[in-house]
Write a protein that binds this ligand. Structure first.
Ligand SMILES: [Zn+2]
Length: 140
């Protein structure tokens, strides 16, 4: 894995100016919250050292924060492996389901067999089973 990976800041929120009379919130130009990069050699999205063709760590807080900032919902494992090949997805889905069942966890809708694998628009509002939306580029 290249040492140059994960060297960018990621904007995860806006600084808002709120009009107390109208309640209108407007982002302050030049403001906002940025997440620092992870350790050298880690993925710029999840800050875990994994091969680019493998899923992001859906349990990684940096991944969750970055994903939520862009998609306005929390990521699913399907989101975390959206960039992977069909073969990699199949292996990960099978193992995730196996591990969840072995530990008495409920299998989320996106990992069930009847869940479509094609990307599409995210549904309105928070949805743990929402579809993946391509991430915006990170801030240099
Ligand atoms: Zn990653």
């Amino acid at each position: 894995m290249a040492k140059s990976r994960n060297s960018k800041l990621c904007k995860i929120g806006d600084t808002l100016k709120v009009d107390v009379n109208t309640g209108e919130a407007v982002p302050v130009e030049g403001g906002g919250f940025r997440m620092p990069p992870g350790p050298p050699g880690t993925c710029e999205w999840c800050c875990v050292a994994h091969q680019p063709d493998q899923p992001h760590n859906q349990q990684s807080l940096p991944y969750q924060m970055r994903f939520h900032a862009i998609n306005k919902r929390w990521p699913t494992w399907t989101d975390a492996m959206a960039h992977c090949s069909a073969e990699v997805k199949a292996v990960w889905r099978a193992h995730l389901v196996e591990m969840m069942r072995a530990n008495g966890m409920e299998v989320p809708p996106d990992l069930r067999d009847d869940w479509p694998d094609t990307p599409g628009p995210a549904p309105a509002g928070p949805s743990p089973g929402g579809r993946y939306r391509e991430p915006l580029s990170l801030v240099a």
